[in-house]
Ligand binder design. Structure first.
Ligand SMILES: Cc1cc2nc3c(=O)[nH]c(=O)nc-3n(C[C@H](O)[C@H](O)[C@H](O)COP(=O)(O)OP(=O)(O)OC[C@H]3O[C@@H](n4cnc5c(N)ncnc54)[C@H](O)[C@@H]3O)c2cc1C
Length: 400
């Protein structure tokens, strides 16, 4: 929609049509979908500016399909890191065995992307920036709604009246708290911590174009060397007291949990200690809710259904959920009814991914050494042609 048309509509009606809270994956995808339908969109984002590269995300199956429907593939493909060799290592960093890139590629197929979260967010931002009013350093402080509109008071003291408010403000959503109540009513703590961060310089002890992975009882550490400014590290571990762990901060907590490991892990922890600012560090918790909307307020993405890192599917659901929300709103005039139809179409997929994540937890933090060995046997077996076909089929089943 041309700028002058957008301004005229807003002036005539006196209201913004859609207010999106959170300029992450879900919020920007929703803003893109809504603005393409000719709606006025305002996005408020608490962070003062766009976030940095962050961690790696895989998009395949419905997540890849949604990226395609949103027209993002031309912008995303140049940032695709592709498949890389995984090297399983001992605690001191010595190699156990390798999983060549071709094994993962054969299992997942060609309709797949591996991206830094920041590259996905950038592609969305550039697609929507000219068509929506995006306000950084701004949040919603209070909101009320009636049958016709939602009134939001922003942190800069201004007010916005919208036909629809989309709360896409992540797992610790403020909109969820304002409309549905405290996080404690919806967060299911899975008893693990996760840390992930980009590496400024490529780790010397990890071969270029590969990643090393250590899996031990209760923990996993992975370090990827994809060159300078494209390398990253990922850690997860079981933890009974996640709130206390969080209070320690990423560098002390991850050093306590992984400081005994050698080579690439030691290098990654050293870099984190020198610059902890860009690190993602949080407890792993799913959001489980009976409904995702109330009147004209709807939650989207991690705010509504966080499936967690163990699903490897939250960004995919954020894109798919935003795209389907646009479709539901385009086909039904009544907003609450459109939201109900949208939720019914998405719930089975979200439920499936939450279940898969809970089942998959033990792959990242096996309970015993016997479980670690069983997991390794399975990874070695994937390289056998017959087993590879079985794995391919189970990935295809999960994606259908
Ligand atoms: C280590 C790791 C690896 C992952 N790997 C994968 C993967 O391989 N594949 C996959 O599909 N998914 C993956 N995920 C999950 C995926 O990253 C998330 O599910 C996805 O980013 C959720 O998007 P979102 O927009 O809902 O939330 P977020 O990305 O968290 O965005 C929320 C936004 O809201 C803003 N915000 C927060 N509070 C407020 C407020 N009060 N007011 C205004 N703005 C606010 C935040 O600053 C942020 O910009 C991974 C997650 C992690 C942690």
């Amino acid at each position: 929609m041309a700028d002058e048309n957008r301004a005229r509509t807003a002036a005539e009606t006196g209201k913004t049509q859609v207010l999106v809270v959170g300029a992450g994956i879900a919020g920007l995808a929703a803003a893109l979908r809504m603005s393409r339908q000719g709606r006025d969109v305002v996005v408020v984002e608490r962070a003062p500016s766009r976030r940095s590269s962050g961690y790696l995300v895989n998009l395949h199956g419905p997540g890849y399909d949604a990226a395609e429907r949103l027209g993002l593939l031309p912008a995303l493909t140049p940032h695709d890191i592709g498949f890389f060799t995984s090297i399983l290592v001992h605690a001191d960093g010595r190699e156990k065995f390798r999983l060549p890139a071709a094994v993962a590629q054969a299992a997942v197929g060609n309709r797949a992307l591996t991206l830094f979260r920041g590259d996905l967010e950038s592609a969305l931002y550039h697609a929507v920036a000219e068509h929506a009013d995006i306000r950084f350093g701004t949040t919603v402080q209070a909101l009320t709604q009636n049958a016709d509109a939602v009134d939001a008071t922003l942190s800069d003291g201004t007010h916005i009246r919208a036909e629809l408010l989309i709360g896409a403000d992540g797992v610790h959503s403020r909109i969820r708290e304002l409309v549905f109540g405290p996080e404690s009513g919806y967060l299911v703590d899975l008893g693990h911590m996760v840390g992930a961060f980009p590496l400024e310089s490529a780790p010397e002890h990890v071969p270029e174009g590969a990643g090393t992975t250590f899996i031990g009882p209760g923990r996993t550490a992975a370090v990827m060397n994809l060159g300078p400014k494209r390398s990253s590290a990922f850690f997860t571990y079981r933890c009974a007291e996640t709130t206390t762990e969080l209070s320690h901060g990423p560098a002390p907590a991850l050093t306590e949990a992984f400081g005994d490991l050698g080579r690439g892990v030691a290098e990654a922890l050293h870099q984190l200690d020198a610059d902890p600012a860009g690190a993602y560090f949080d407890s792993v918790g799913q959001i489980v809710m009976d409904r995702w909307s109330e009147g004209r307020v709807v939650l989207l993405g991690d705010a509504a259904w966080c499936v967690t890192v163990f699903a490897g599917y939250g960004a995919a659901l954020a894109l798919d959920g935003a795209d389907r929300l646009g479709e539901a709103l385009a086909t039904k005039d009544d907003i609450p009814r459109a939201l109900t139809a949208w939720e019914a179409s998405l719930r089975p997929e979200v439920g499936k991914r939450q279940t898969l994540a809970r089942k998959g937890m033990s792959r990242f933090a096996p309970s015993t050494r016997a479980q670690v060995r069983a997991g390794e046997l399975m990874l070695r077996a994937i390289q056998l042609p017959g087993i590879r076909t079985l794995v391919q089929r189970s990935i295809q089943r999960a994606n259908n």
